[in-house]
Design a protein around this ligand. Structure first.
Ligand SMILES: *[C@@H]1O[C@H](CO)[C@@H](O)[C@H](O)[C@H]1NC(C)=O
Ligand SMILES: *[C@@H]1O[C@H](CO)[C@@H](O)[C@H](O)[C@H]1NC(C)=O
Ligand SMILES: *[C@@H]1O[C@H](CO)[C@@H](O)[C@H](O)[C@H]1NC(C)=O
Length: 982
């Protein structure tokens, strides 16, 4: 969503897209960032630079029965200021380091982690700290491979693995926590004004604040202006900065959201790609750049550092504005510098040692992604705006006329009268419930936007109730409601940090009357929600957001909580959607703003992108970066929010979207209509094929989502080595293959074995795909077999406009549903096809997860979770047996915390309801010879067709042999075996 002012500009110059960079600060325009960077450059120029911070050894206190020690920290700069250090090791080996100012003039915000974490982590009771003269250390791990060393003077914290440093805090001596201080007010005799009384005369408490470490001047300590806005900074300087180095890791990834490559380009050093650090300050950036370290809508301060030897990660649980410099002092090392405006220092070090373990460690902290409703993986059609209920009806009709599947129709802000969310504009939507019922007829849903700003008018009950409850954000004085400008004109913002807002907000979504209190009776249980503008976006605020000195619940300034702010709204909205129905249904909430932990509440998208090839490409990197930081349910707007993509671009964009977890087309008010049925042939047919392909693959996606949602649960054993996140970049799947560390334009779908490389350029007819292993990969469509190499190999894959480079990794079994339907709920009883892609040894494996797709009864064991295996009956024999077995009982012989799957019964109600669903076709790729018999074990000979393979010849790739077994008559819920005798 964009500001109308700039819309005019867009209309005038439709071809020149560009962010108004002057709307947003550079590091040099933010006092604390300027100070942090200046500190780093002074350190760099000073050969004798030494951190002034040290641990007071007399104050070290080790907890008697858990891996925790605390100590006082002092700074040689300010001997009177006290800091505390708290270092703990969790039972899974994650190290948490906290530092705060003690007995300061004020208290620092210390609640960022509590919003992100699912629970207070358990500390290890086995690991013990050893206190020495120079350091405190602990050795742990199954083979005693990990060691944490806290050097006392200067303070330096390192995590080692097998004696090699993995992460070092303050190794460059840039740690600095600016203590709270009193503003020096001139003495009465120095001032011309009268009437200053005794209390106003503040004594300068400390030594001159411009100590060598802090530079020459009090730069931006007490007040700052940007554009026409002035930040009053009543608390003065309280920033903190910390260098985090990865001495043995040459690649760093993560810290979304930025429009940049997955392998983060450098921001400092001789050949830096960007001159500014990566910024985390949730912002509504109009027409963002396709390559930039600028802030975008969400912030997840999580970074992976990777090498062929190991992966480590950090989560810096800070909620205030943060800038991060990235450099590689050598090709094998990474050096980062984190500068934050306020709050305590609270950093989690995840020891890895591989991406798989990092994901587990991170999801144990912040939770796994929620398992969405099945329909949410379908095709979403959005536009700003479908202008009336009849518009929705006619768009639906046209999708059906053109046999194009779609699950969800979306309404942007114009459905709401004067942008008063929840209130339909009756001129255009006279019959909202009837309209929704019409959409529901084919199992479809509606998603409607609800933003966190409320029109300030007494005739808007939602505003009135919030105001009466006193749950609106306050302006800097702390007593008046903050008033800003947004879609609804003069607006107020709900303060979701205020517990008083929580139950009230949940009540708003009830579809039945609540008497005097507002409830949304003009919605149905199939009205789901889009939370936009929750950075928050404020059209007339500093950097299009709220003033930093606004006051939230508990007296905290907006600056202290800004990056978390956007997470609370989708949290409560998703709770509201669960609460409105009985039995509860899984919620769907799309959010634009997010933070660490947001994966528990729903989906995100990459915001207001542009219809350009660059944006198409960067959208993939962004969704990958979000995924490795836990926020896996993501996608970017198909076609680009702005602009009128030509048909070729639109076709490519649907191909990209079909391989994103979240698959939505959206467009700006000023764009031409571009629903897929509007294109001419051959493009229209291509779009229909892509939409159908997505629906064919829903079982693969749903299984991958299920994997992601249970991954933190240790006992569940994944089929492949690392299955959990939906879009898996190469370094995750092949952590030792250096050639893949910077790859971000091809990726695997969960643990399915599907490798896709969407085309993001014009006029492409073929493309290079990288295969990282000595394994056969099959073209999904043509069954051409590509043989990789242990050293890595590039193969050429056809990629004309109607073709998507999509390979199946040998060793995988893919379940699909191939009957074209208009929406996913209509596929519930459709039969399955299994694609068995044999690896070079004749082996393959895959899984399928099913449940009712909409309630929580899967948590009571109402599921079907199958494993398929194809293997030789005896080593070296030619006979291959494909089996289907129950994966749940294999995994669930022990109770699992929090998930009551132990109640699982193979004959559960859901399984019984789909008992008659059968496998209608099995396609086996890569058999070495024609079978002489294909039978269900203990049964009849089956009907099959065999096409022999064609060996590779010279430069030409080979063609895999294809065996198609027709209607083997086996159920998807039962154990069975099919024997292919060669
Ligand atoms: C260089 O660092 C040392 C501390 O090791 C400090 O005493 C000195 O003042 C610094 N010099 C400059 C120019 O900052
Ligand atoms: C920076 O680039 C120049 C020119 O390509 C090269 O000679 C130099 O080694 C590079 N420096 C670093 C630190 O990579
Ligand atoms: C957000 O969700 C979590 C559950 O994941 C809950 O414990 C927490 O209280 C929620 N926060 C708010 C503000 O409701």
């Amino acid at each position: 969503m964009v500001r109308p002012i700039v819309l005019l500009f867009l209309l005038c110059v439709p071809s020149s897209f560009a962010v108004k960079t002057s709307d947003f600060k550079t590091c040099a325009q933010a006092g604390f960032c300027r100070r942090g960077r200046a500190l780093a450059s002074r350190a760099q120029d000073n050969a004798s630079w030494k951190s002034p911070y040290s641990v007071d050894s007399s104050s070290i206190s080790v907890a008697p029965d858990q891996a925790l020690f605390t100590a006082g920290v002092k700074s040689s700069l300010y001997p009177d200021i006290k800091f505390s250090l708290d270092v703990r090791i969790h039972d899974d080996g994650v190290v948490r380091v906290r530092m705060d100012e003690v007995d300061g003039l004020r208290k620092r915000y210390d609640e960022a982690a509590s919003w992100a974490l699912i629970a207070e982590p358990k500390l290890s009771r086995e690991i013990t700290w050893t206190v020495g003269n120079k350091d405190v250390r602990a050795i742990y791990g199954a083979k005693k491979e990990n060691e944490v060393v806290v050097n006392l003077e200067p303070l330096r914290i390192s995590l080692l693995r097998n004696g090699k440093e993995q992460v070092v805090l303050n190794g460059r001596g840039l740690l600095h926590m600016e203590h709270f201080r009193t503003k020096e007010i001139p003495r009465p005799e120095d001032t011309p004004e009268e009437g200053l009384d005794e209390d106003d005369v503040q004594v300068v408490m400390q030594v001159k604040p411009t100590a060598w470490f802090e530079g020459e001047t009090e730069d931006g300590y007490w007040e700052e202006s940007f554009g026409s806005n002035t930040d009053s900074k009543p608390k003065g300087p309280e920033s903190h900065s910390l260098d985090i180095t990865f001495p043995n890791h040459g690649h760093v990834y993560g810290i979304p959201q930025h429009a940049t490559r997955l392998d983060l380009p450098t921001t400092t050093g001789e050949n830096a790609t960007y001159s500014d650090p990566y910024r985390l300050w949730n912002s509504d950036v109009f027409e963002y750049l396709a390559s930039s370290p600028m802030s975008l809508y969400g912030s997840i301060p999580v970074m992976h550092a990777h090498s062929a030897e190991s992966t480590v990660a950090i989560f810096n649980a800070v909620a205030s504005e943060t800038w991060i410099d990235v450099d590689h002092p050598t090709t094998k090392s990474s050096s980062t510098h984190w500068i934050s405006e306020s709050g305590i220092l609270d950093v989690f070090l995840m020891p890895g040692p591989n991406p798989d373990e990092i994901f587990k460690q991170y999801t144990r902290l912040t939770g796994t992604p929620a398992l969405p409703a099945h329909w949410a993986l379908g095709h979403h059609q959005c536009r700003w705006n479908y202008i009336s209920s009849d518009d929705i009806r006619s768009v639906q009709k046209r999708f059906d006329e053109h046999d194009m599947p779609v699950d969800v129709f979306w309404l942007d802000i114009e459905y709401a009268e004067e942008h008063k969310y929840f209130i339909w504009d009756k001129k255009t939507f006279p019959d909202p419930v009837d309209m929704t019922r019409d959409v529901e007829a084919l199992g479809r849903k509606m998603v409607v936007i609800i933003d966190p700003h409320l029109k300030r008018t007494a005739n808007y009950p939602v505003y009135k109730e919030a105001s009466d409850l006193g749950v609106l954000v306050k302006s800097k004085s702390g007593d008046a409601e903050y008033e800003g400008w947004c879609w609804s004109g003069s607006s107020a913002w709900i303060d979701f940090f205020n517990p008083g807002a929580w139950e009230w907000w949940k009540g708003l979504f009830k579809t039945t009357s609540q008497g005097d209190k507002w409830s949304w009776v003009e919605s149905t249980e199939n009205t789901y929600i889009w939370n936009d503008m929750n950075e928050p976006s404020v059209f007339n605020g500093p950097e299009i957001s709220m003033p930093r000195d606004n006051i939230h619940y508990g007296g905290w300034e907006h600056r202290d909580i800004h990056n978390i702010n956007g997470m609370l709204l989708p949290n409560l909205t998703s709770q509201a959607l669960v609460a409105r129905s009985d039995p509860p249904k899984r919620p769907f909430v799309l959010t634009r703003s997010f933070y660490a932990g947001s994966q528990r509440f729903g989906a995100m998208w990459t915001g207001d992108n542009l219809g350009t090839w660059d944006h198409m490409a960067v959208g993939i990197y962004m969704v990958l970066a979000n995924g490795i930081a836990g926020m896996t349910f993501g996608g970017s707007d198909i076609g680009g929010f702005f602009g009128n993509p030509e048909p070729e671009m639109l076709v490519r964009w649907y191909q990209v979207g079909a391989f994103n977890p979240f698959f939505r087309a959206h467009a700006h008010l000023d764009t031409k209509r571009r629903e897929p049925y509007l294109l001419d042939e051959p493009y229209r047919g291509m779009l229909r094929d892509i939409l159908r392909l997505r629906y064919t693959m829903l079982p693969i996606w749903y299984t991958a989502f299920h994997d992601a949602s249970i991954y933190g649960i240790p006992i569940l054993r994944p089929v492949h080595e690392s299955i959990h996140f939906l879009m898996m970049p190469h370094y995750v799947v092949f952590p030792r293959d250096e050639a893949g560390f910077s790859l971000d334009d091809q990726y695997f779908i969960g643990g399915s074995g599907l490798l896709v490389k969407p085309i993001v350029h014009k006029d492409v007819t073929e493309i290079d795909v990288y295969i990282a292993e000595d394994q056969v990969y099959y073209n999904y469509f043509s069954h051409v077999a590509y043989r990789g190499s242990a050293k890595g190999k590039h193969v050429t894959v056809p990629a004309a406009l109607h073709e998507i480079p999509l390979l199946i990794r040998g060793g995988s079994i893919l379940p699909t549903r191939e009957r074209p339907r208009r929406s996913s709920p209509l596929m519930k009883r459709d039969p399955f096809t299994l694609r068995v892609a044999l690896d070079k040894t004749g082996y393959a494996k895959g899984q399928l997860y099913l449940d009712d797709g909409e309630t929580f009864s899967h948590l009571e064991g109402n599921i079907v979770w199958r494993e398929f295996v194809a293997e030789k009956t005896v080593k070296k024999a030619k006979t291959i047996k494909i089996t289907s077995s129950d994966l749940v009982s294999k995994n669930l012989d022990t109770a699992v915390d929090g998930v009551s799957l132990t109640k699982y019964d193979p004959l559960n109600a859901f399984a019984r309801s789909v008992e008659s669903v059968r496998v209608e076709k099995i396609v086996v790729l890569g058999l070495s010879s024609k079978p002489v018999s294909v039978k269900v074990e203990g049964g009849e000979e089956l009907v099959y067709e065999f096409t022999p393979g064609v060996a590779a010849e010279g430069k030409k790739e080979g063609q895999a042999s294809v065996l198609v077994i027709k209607d083997p008559g086996v159920s998807i819920t039962k154990d069975w075996a099919i024997v292919i005798q060669a």
